[in-house]
Design a protein around this ligand. Structure first.
Ligand code: FAD
Length: 480
């Protein structure tokens, strides 16, 4: 349990749930939308990679903004702490309670309000699952400007609150750029409607940005408007094997030059990650995988099938002629591409299958990208086989997912990794959180990502928007 692992962490001055609170919630939500049976509540207390576990006794499942607002009014009145939860696929312990916070699940706020095919926008409630919105956009010839391996479970509100990055940020930009409008409920129940569909709106402070990436600590996102690009007519993919990380970098540069505006994704995996997917999930890598191999997925999206396929084929041939790539295959048939994507998308699942996983999501200058894996391997050498260091990630965005797997959690290993990994990352000019956020696990290391002045301003913003500190306490900001 989290409280056992972090004995020095003190529960905040919040009320403990009692029958009066439950009775107040029952006046707002029907019985089937208030979960108190421990068996029903249990899955909401545990995060996706099963490294954090809270002890909440209640899950509330509102359907509308007004219901959520009424719930928050009660929580403020009684000073009950809350933990907003979307699809619970977050990887930094932000989506589950630390102690006994009331879990507010947005899963039933799952209505798509409106798709505007002319403006290219989608308006929906926060609980809409990413894949569901993507399917609704397809007949309109539109797509969501981002994509994640967790698409089948993660929700739009969760994506906004974590400022999710994903597989296509390289091409379509960040959540900050693509979220046009937001509606949020504040700690005291105030409904803040900023459901703008406009691309340009410079009417003073860009308040919606406060909710993008603040991980449920400033308000609960209830609705949003997302900018949606035209769905590409053709998608092409190359799966490549390479001999060294230096060749990965040269191939990325070549991909940018030769595929230019069609390049939609550029991902890399080391041999150990691909071996893990092969061994733990039984998915076969179609290219030879030796211990020092690297692999890349390069994807293009465009509007002319023959032209785009030829462009991809020319790129692969050139990379092979220059001896950057050992072997490669191309595909443009959807099921074939989906199979190849599994070798990248299911790495986290395979690494966490039997083992405890220490996960780091960092941005690095590209020249230092894989050095992070090598440096950490050296640092953890005394642990031998008990600590396996692997790396994969969004090379196109300089975003490395650095992992240490071990048969079980060990305090000694944790101390050898942290804060070393954050100090090293900050020291080379990187970011200690590229896209997953700070959540609970990284909150105490915020000083490696923000100056004291910036942290003070963050605290001031938090105090002014949530003076009782009831919204997702212990997350993002370090204990004061
Ligand atoms: P949750 O996990 O439920 O919550 C995440 C955080 O947001 C928590 O702090 C929670 O309190 C808060 N929150 C959730 N909903 C709301 C709301 N409506 N209002 C306010 N706060 C809220 N992430 C990436 O960025 N890029 C990737 O490529 C990527 N790939 C992944 C692949 C896999 C297999 C998995 C399991 C995860 C991956 N993630 C990735 C991490 C995760 O999917 C994202 O962070 C996602 O955006 C979380 O959405 P969610 O709905 O599951 O949110």
């Amino acid at each position: 349990l989290t409280s056992e692992r972090y004995p020095s962490l003190k529960r905040g001055p919040f009320a403990a749930l009692n029958d009066t609170h439950v009775a107040a919630f029952q006046k707002i939500l029907s019985a089937d939308r208030i979960l108190t049976d421990p068996d029903d509540v249990a899955p909401y207390n545990v995060d996706w990679i099963k490294t954090c576990c809270g002890q909440s006794r209640i899950v509330l499942r509102p359907r509308t903004t007004e219901e959520l607002s009424a719930v928050m009014r009660i929580c403020t009145e009684h000073r009950l702490a809350v933990c907003p939860q979307g699809g619970n696929t977050g990887l930094v312990g932000g989506s589950v309670p630390v102690f006994d916070e009331v879990i507010i699940s947005t899963s039933l706020m799952n209505k798509i309000n409106h798709i505007d095919p002319i403006a290219g926008t989608a308006s929906c409630q926060a609980g809409v699952v990413l894949e569901k919105l993507e399917s609704a956009l397809e007949p309109e010839g539109l797509m969501i400007p981002y994509d994640l391996g967790a698409r089948g479970s993660c929700q739009i509100g969760g994506n906004i609150s974590t400022c999710a990055g994903g597989l296509r940020l390289l091409r379509y930009g960040s959540m900050q750029a693509n979220t046009l409008g937001v509606e949020a409920v504040l700690a005291d129940g105030t409904i803040l409607n900023m459901m703008n569909s406009l691309k340009k709106d410079n009417t003073g402070y860009h308040l919606r940005q406060l909710f993008i990436g603040s991980e449920g600590t400033l308000g609960i996102v209830t609705q949003a408007v997302i900018q949606c690009p035209i769905r590409p007519k053709s998608t092409n993919l190359a799966f490549l094997s390479l001999n060294s990380f230096k060749d990965v970098l040269s191939t990325f540069v070549l991909a940018k030059r030769s595929l230019s505006e069609t390049l939609s994704s550029c991902e890399m995996m080391d041999s150990a990650c691909v071996t893990s997917v092969e061994e733990k999930l039984g998915i076969k890598c179609p290219l030879e995988n030796s211990a020092d191999s690297f692999f890349m997925i390069v994807e293009t999206q465009g509007s002319r099938e023959d032209h785009d396929a030829e462009k991809m084929s020319n790129f692969v041939q050139e990379a092979m002629a220059k001896e950057l790539v050992v072997d490669g295959i191309t595909a443009n048939e959807p099921s074939r591409m989906a199979n190849l994507w599994q070798l990248r998308e299911r790495i986290t699942e395979s690494l966490s299958k039997d083992d405890y996983i220490f996960k780091y999501d960092i941005t690095l200058p590209l020249a230092k990208f894989y050095e992070a894996v090598e440096v950490l391997r050296r640092e953890l050498a005394p642990f031998g086989n008990e600590a396996k260091v692997t790396g994969f990630g969004h090379i196109g965005d300089g975003n490395l997912h650095l992992n240490v797997t071990a048969s079980q959690y060990s305090e000694k290993l944790a101390k050898a990794i942290e804060p070393f990994v954050f100090e090293w990352t900050a020291g080379v000019g990187g970011s200690i959180s590229a896209e997953h956020g700070m959540g609970f696990k990284k909150a105490k290391y915020l000083k490696y990502g923000k100056s004291p002045e910036a942290i003070k301003l963050m605290r001031n913003i938090k105090n002014s928007m949530d003076p009782l500190g009831i919204l997702n306490p212990y997350k993002v900001l370090p204990p004061s």
